[in-house]
Structures are given as C-alpha cells and as structure tokens.
Ligand binder design. Structure first.
Ligand SMILES: Cc1cc2nc3c(=O)[nH]c(=O)nc-3n(C[C@H](O)[C@H](O)[C@H](O)COP(=O)(O)O)c2cc1C
Length: 325
C-alpha cells in the first residue's frame, strides 16, 4: 500500500482499493471531489453540517476574492429555477488581506487542500491578488476570468482568448503555486481559449463557470435579479458543461493539463460522466445547497463503480470516452 492510498483510507474510511486519491498539479487530493467557489463561503460553512467533513473532499475553493472588499450586487441575488439557480452575488468578499490574515489561519490545512479564487477589474489587480496569495499557505490559485456578474473584469477577460492569456501570464509571473484557470461557457470557442491559457502558463483548467441567464416577474414586468442578468448553475447546465469538458480535454490532454469538470453535477452518475469526458477532478457546487451530504454518497458511488469495472484508481477513468467509429 502506498502513502497516497493510506491517506485516502484514513481520511475517508473508504476501502483502500480502488483508490479515489489523485495527484493534481503535484498536490494530493484525497478524493476527486472539489467544493466549488461561492458555494461554501470561505470553507467554514459546511463544517457546521452534521456528518460532513472536509476530509471527504479533495479540495475546497474559497469564495472569489478581489484586492479590496466588495459589497456585491443589490438584491435579489439568487433565484431558484426549475433545474438549478440563477445567481448574481457580484463577488462580495472582504478583500485579499482580510482573507489571508483573518480567514486562512482558521482553516485546517490538515483536512483538505484549499484553493484561492482570484478576481479583478484589471490585469494588474488579478496579478496583485495572486502575488499576495503566493505569499500565503494557500495550496493553489484559481483565476476566475469567467464571472458573469460583475460589470468590469470577469467575462470581459474570459470571453477572449488573447485577454485570457494576458491575465494568466500576469498571474504566472508572480506565483509558482499551481495555477488553475476557470473558463467561461459564454464564448464561441472554449477549446481555443483553453489553448491560449495553457500556453500562457496555466497548470490546470476549471470547466465551466455559470451560463448567463435571466428571470422576469410577469406580474411586475421587472427582472427578478437586481443585476438583471445572472449566472445559471445546477442540473440545467450539465449537458452544456459536459460538452465543454469534452472539447477542452481534446486540447488539455496533449499538454497533460488536468481539468476540474463542473456544472450541474448532482449524483454519482453525473460525476462518472465528467470523468469519462476528460475531467480529473469533479466540482460540486449548487447540489450542495440541496444535499450537503452529496459528497459522501458520490465517494462511495464512484468507488463502487471502479470496483465493478475492475479499475484500481479513479485516474484510470479520466478521458475513457468511447467515441463512435
Ligand atoms: C451562489 C454562487 C456563487 C458563486 N460564486 C463564484 C465565485 O465567487 N467565483 C467563481 O469562480 N465561481 C463562482 N460560482 C460558480 C461556481 O463555482 C460553479 O463554477 C458553477 O456554479 C457551476 O457548478 P454547479 O452547477 O455545480 O454549481 C458561484 C456559483 C454560485 C451558485
């Protein structure tokens, strides 16, 4: 038994064989499950749920962080749709220094890996936030160039490969920590953008952020969301996300760049589909609002599938899609 499988067994209580652990950009994830940015605050929220433990997940991505504190958008900020939710939080956060000085010291880095989620209105801001996180205990840095809910930055960078590459290059210049770029589905050719981000120095890709959407109250004839538009997440976007992961994987596999697949993953079957499409890790976001214990079920569901299919490690499943012809 190697040290990775020992760790997994100790952390999750799951059978040591097959292994759910993986090395992601050189850091060990105990399981392929990653709690997504904006869905678990700054990592402290789910520890209050009885039976939940950060030890069941490979990593937790913290809420999007900008250089200075932001209050976010006016209400309403979230709206439940028939198969998911619209949100336009507007990157509410206490600012980089507050996250580093007050929040990071409270996180238990022995439980799981913690990833910062970086945003900015300018390339310089992205780089400065990244530089400050580089000088902190954070395990990795995710660049959010795909937030649809802010007027400056966000998708203004993420929808254009050249702009995306400039943000990635600026962040790359100030950190040696693993750099993950979070790609937007709201663009013409996501694979082209992935290629540009990889060439600019991204070590991994998150695919996808939310899909732009809107809700209208027919009685008042007003938009429901204060920001007028929001980002759609949850089961409604799963088929879109799956295709984007498949498309990005065609580029990423040539460079051995891992993908955190995400968008509407709700159960074991969803998680397996994203792994088969090319994801190395699986992001869990909106489904946590419906079932905080979804990760426990997925860990045992994925392990049971691997056992049934004679696979010894979850890494053997990534990118095993059988295309016709
Ligand atoms: C309420 C809410 C807040 C979010 N905040 C952020 C954020 O700060 N940074 C970011 O990169 N993504 C953010 N996201 C996007 C999620 O991290 C995730 O990429 C997206 O919701 C798709 O996954 P899901 O369908 O499993 O939720 C947010 C999503 C939700 C629902």
């Amino acid at each position: 038994m190697n040290s990775t499988t020992q760790t997994l067994s100790a952390l999750t209580g799951l059978p040591t064989d097959p292994s759910l652990a993986l090395s992601f950009c050189g850091i060990t994830f105990a399981t392929p499950l990653v709690l997504l940015s904006g869905c678990v605050g700054f990592g402290e929220e789910y520890t209050r749920v009885e039976g939940f433990s950060n030890r069941h997940v490979g990593a937790v991505v913290l809420k999007g962080t900008t250089l200075n504190a932001r209050l976010g958008n006016p209400a309403h900020r979230v709206y439940e749709t028939s198969m998911g939710m619209l949100n336009a939080i507007g990157l509410q956060n206490p600012g980089t220094d507050a996250v580093i000085q007050s929040i990071l010291p409270q996180l238990d880095f022995s439980e799981t890996r913690f990833i910062a989620n970086v945003s900015g209105s300018t390339i310089d801001e992205y780089a400065e936030v990244t530089r400050r996180f580089d000088d902190s205990p954070i395990d990795a840095i995710e660049i959010n160039i795909s937030c649809p809910n802010v007027k400056e930055g966000g998708v203004a960078f993420g929808n254009y490969p050249e702009m995306s590459a400039r943000v990635v290059a600026a962040c790359r210049a100030v950190t040696k920590k693993p750099l993950i770029t979070k790609l937007s589905p709201n663009q013409t050719d996501i694979a082209k953008n992935a290629q540009a981000c990889i060439e600019a120095g991204s070590d991994a890709l998150s695919v996808i952020n939310t899909v732009m959407g809107m809700a209208i109250d027919a009685q008042t004839r007003k938009p429901v969301i204060g920001n007028v538009q929001g980002g759609l997440s949850g089961p409604a976007i799963k088929p879109i996300a799956l295709l984007k992961v498949h498309q990005v994987y065609q580029v990423a596999k040539k460079h051995h760049i891992p993908i955190i697949g995400q968008g509407g993953i709700t159960n074991t079957e969803d998680a397996l589909e994203f792994l088969i499409a090319g994801a190395s890790a699986i992001g869990i976001g909106t489904s946590l609002f419906y079932d905080p214990h979804v990760c426990l079920k997925m860990n045992s569901g994925i392990a049971a599938y691997l056992q049934r299919h004679g696979l010894r490690s979850v890494t053997e499943l990534t990118g095993t899609l059988q295309l016709p012809g």
